[in-house]
Design a protein around this ligand. Sequence first.
Ligand SMILES: [Zn+2]
Length: 287
Amino acid sequence: MQGVEVHLPGGVPIGEEWCDSAWLRPVTGREEEFLLSEGRQMTAAARVTELLARCVERLGPVEPVGAELVRRLNVGDREALLLHIRRMTLGERVSCLLSCPNCGKKMDLDLEIGELLLSPYPHRKKTHAVDIADAENSYRVMFRVPNGEDQEAVANSAAQSVDRAAELVLRRCVERVDSRNEENLSELPPIVLRDLPGKMAALDPQAELLLDLTCPECAAGFVVPFDAGDYLCRELATEEREFYREVHSLSWHYHWSEDAVLGLSRRKRHIYLDLLSDELAQGGRTA
Ligand SMILES: [Zn+2]
C-alpha cells in the first residue's frame, strides 16, 4: 500500500533533525477489527496510539514507526494525523448532529477536514519558556507541550476528574521554574498552575479544536470542542455482526481469505460489496 505524505503542525525531534512529515495509509478491516475487540477495553489515548502506530507508515526518516514514537508526538500532531486518516478513509466531509445548549433544538453541522487542519506552527522546538508574574514575584517557566504519553499516563485520573488529570499533565510538562530569588523551585506556584495551561494551549492549538457556532433556531452563539479521535472511532465502530457479515460476503463470493479481506481499506471493501450486490441483483448474469 502506498502511503500519502502529510505535514504535522508541530513536529517532533528525531536525532538531530526536526521532523514534520508523516506517511499515512487509510484504515483497513484490521483496524476496524481492533476497534471492535481490544480497542474497546482501552482508554481513548491508548486507542489513538494504537490506531496511529498502525496507520502511520513512516515519520521523518523512521520506518516502521511504532507506538513509542507515536506517544512522543504532541497532542495536536496526533489530532492532525487522525484528521488526515479520517480524510483518507471516509472522505473530506464531516457531518455531526448537535444540540443547542440554549434552546435544545437539534442542529446539523457540516464541516470539511481541510477547515479543521491548522497551518504549521512558527516555532520548531521542544522546550518553551514563558514569564508569569503575580504581585509578589515573577517566574520563568520552562516546559514542553503535552504529548500522547502524558495523555495515556493520566487517562485513569481523567475518568475520575478532568481537572485533576489536567493538573497532572501540567506537572509532567513543566521542566523547571525559577523565581526572582530562587532557582529550580520544587513546587509549582499557584499563579503558574493558573496561567500556564492557557499559554501551553496557545503553542499547540491543533490539540483542542473549538468550533464557534451559532444556533440557526435561536441565534445563540456557543463553542463546542471537536475531538478527532473520538469522532473517528465512533464513525468506524460498525456493529460486530455487520462487520463480519461484510468480510464473510467477500470471502464467500470471491474466495478470498479472511486475511486478504481484512487487509482491504474500508473504502475498497465497500466498493466490492456494492459491485457484488449489483451483480447478485442481476442474478450474476455478467459474472
Ligand atoms: Zn438554539
